[in-house]
Design a protein around this ligand. Structure first.
Ligand code: PLP
Length: 410
C-alpha cells in the first residue's frame, strides 16, 4: 500500500484555502503550530516515515479496506450500481484512526511524550487512546459531560486503553467546549504535548494534515473501482461533520472533473435555528476554534446551538477546504434529516447486513434518493465512514421505542 504525495495547490504556506482556513490561535500556540508544520513537511519527504506509516496502516489499522459492491441494495434501489468503501472495517470501527496513527508518528518525531485530544461521540477519543497505548504515550481526552453520558461505552473503551477522560461541563457540555478545553491544555503544556485534532478543522496545518492522512481512502477507492469496473465512478458521497472522511475520499478525484462529489450534512429535526448542523444551509462566514469557514452563528457572531441524532456530525463549523471547493463548484452539499438517516440505517442493516454508524447513515440516505435517478450503467461510491456498534442503544430507542426487547423490528 502506498499513498501518492498530495498535490500542493492548496492550502498556501499560511494555511489559506482561498478566503478560508488560516491560523486564528493565541500567540502562545504559534511556535507549536510552526514546529508541527515544519516537522510534517519533513516527514512527508522522509521515505522512512511513509514506510512506517504504511506498514502500521496495513498491519495494525487494517488497510486497504474493501470497496464492496452492494448487490442487494443496488437491486432494491433500481438505478446506479452502489459501492461502499468499508472504512467501518478498520480497527476501532471508523476512519478516524488513519489520522490518529499519522499524528502519533509525528508526535514521536517531535519528541513529545504526552497526547491530548477532544472527542464528541468518542470515536476520535478511542482512536487516539488506541494509538497512544500502542506507542506508550500518556493520553488525556477532553469530552463534554453530556457526550460522556450519551456515549458511555466509548468512555469505558478509552479508560481500558489507559487514557484519562476529562469531563467538560462548560456551555452545552459537548464537542465545541471539549475543543476549547483541549486548546487550553495545549497552551499550558505545549512543550511536551501534542494535540491530535480529530477532523479537517482548526488552525493550519491541521486541515491539510488531517486531509492528507485520510487521502488513502480515495487513493484506494480510485484504484479499486478502476480494477472492478474499468472506469471512474459518476458520483462520490460522504457524510460531513468537520469533513475529514469526505475530503479523504474526494481529494484524489479532484482532477477527474466528470466525477461529481456530494457531501451530506446533518439536517437534524429540520432546517431551523438550533435544530440542525447543516452549515451550508443558512450558515455564514466566521472564525471558530482556529479557522475561518462556514459556521452556524447569529448576527453578532455568537455560535448557535446545533442538533443531530449523530454526535459526530453535530458541530457548528465545517472544514475550510470544503467551503473552498464548494465556491468553485467542484463539490456540492446537501443534508439528510435525523429521520432520513435512521431510515437508511435500518434499510442498509437489513438489506446488506451492514449496521452503519448514524453519521454514515446520512450519506446512505442521500444514496437512497439519488441512486434511483441514475442509470444502471452509472456508479456511486459512498464512504462507509464507520460502524454502528456505538449507536445501537440510541438507534434502538428511535426505531423500537421504549420496548426494545419485546418487539420484532417494525
Ligand atoms: C467522526 C465521524 C464522522 C464525522 O467526522 P468527519 O471529520 O466529517 O469525517 C463521520 N463518521 C463517523 C463514523 C465518525 O466517527
Amino acid at each position: 500500500m502506498s499513498t501518492s504525495p498530495p498535490p500542493k495547490a492548496v492550502p498556501d504556506a499560511t494555511g489559506h484555502f482561498g478566503p478560508y482556513g488560516g491560523m486564528f490561535v493565541p500567540e502562545t500556540l504559534m511556535a507549536a503550530l510552526q514546529e508541527l508544520t515544519d516537522e510534517y513537511a519533513k516527514a512527508q519527504e522522509d521515505p522512512a516515515f511513509q514506510t512506517q506509516l504504511n506498514h502500521l496502516l496495513s498491519e495494525y489499522v487494517g488497510r486497504p479496506t474493501p470497496l464492496y459492491f452492494a448487490e442487494r441494495w443496488t437491486e432494491k434501489l433500481g438505478g446506479a450500481r452502489v459501492y461502499m468503501k468499508r472504512e467501518d472495517l478498520l480497527h476501532t470501527g471508523a476512519h478516524k484512526i488513519n489520522n490518529a496513527m499519522g499524528q502519533i508518528l509525528l508526535a514521536k518525531r517531535m519528541g513529545k511524550n504526552r497526547i491530548i485530544a477532544e472527542t464528541g461521540a468518542g470515536q476520535h477519543g478511542v482512536a487516539t487512546a488506541t494509538v497512544a497505548a500502542r506507542f506508550g504515550f500518556e493520553c488525556v481526552i477532553y469530552m463534554g459531560a453530556v457526550d460522556m453520558e450519551r456515549q458511555a461505552l466509548n468512555v469505558a473503551r478509552m479508560r481500558f486503553l489507559g487514557a484519562k477522560v476529562v469531563p467538560v461541563t462548560a456551555g452545552q457540555a459537548t464537542l465545541k467546549e471539549a475543543i476549547n478545553e483541549a486548546m487550553r491544555d495545549w497552551v499550558t503544556n505545549v512543550r511536551d504535548t501534542h494535540y491530535i485534532l480529530g477532523s479537517a478543522l482548526g488552525s493550519h496545518p491541521y486541515p491539510m494534515m488531517v486531509r492528507d492522512f485520510h487521502r488513502v481512502i480515495g487513493v484506494e477507492a480510485r484504484r479499486q473501482i478502476l480494477d472492478k469496473e474499468g472506469k471512474l465512478p459518476d458520483l462520490l458521497v460522504a457524510c460531513v461533520g468537520g469533513g475529514s472522511n469526505a475530503i479523504g475520499l474526494f481529494h484524489p478525484f479532484l482532477e477527474d472533473t466528470a466525477v461529481r462529489m456530494v457531501g451530506v450534512e446533518a439536517g437534524g429535526e429540520r432546517i431551523e435555528t438550533g435544530k440542525h448542523a447543516a452549515r451550508f444551509q443558512g450558515g455564514k462566514l466566521g472564525v471558530l476554534q482556529g479557522t475561518k469557514t462556514y459556521l452556524l452563528a447569529d448576527d453578532d457572531g455568537q455560535i448557535q446551538l446545533t442538533h443531530s441524532v449523530s454526535a459526530g456530525l453535530d458541530y457548528a463549523a465545517i472544514g475550510p477546504e470544503h467551503a473552498f471547493y464548494r465556491d468553485r463548484g467542484r463539490t456540492e452539499y446537501t443534508y439528510a434529516t435525523d429521520a432520513e438517516a435512521l431510515a437508511a440505517f435500518q434499510e442498509v442493516s437489513r438489506v446488506e447486513g451492514i449496521i452503519p454508524a448514524l453519521e454514515t447513515a446520512h450519506a446512505l440516505a442521500y444514496v437512497t434518493v439519488e441512486a434511483p435517478k441514475l442509470g444502471s450503467d452509472q456508479i456511486i461510491v459512498v464512504n462507509c465512514s464507520g460502524r454502528g456498534d456505538k449507536d445501537v442503544e440510541q438507534a434502538a430507542k428511535h426505531i423500537f421505542g421504549d420496548d426494545v426487547l419485546a418487539q420484532d423490528t417494525p
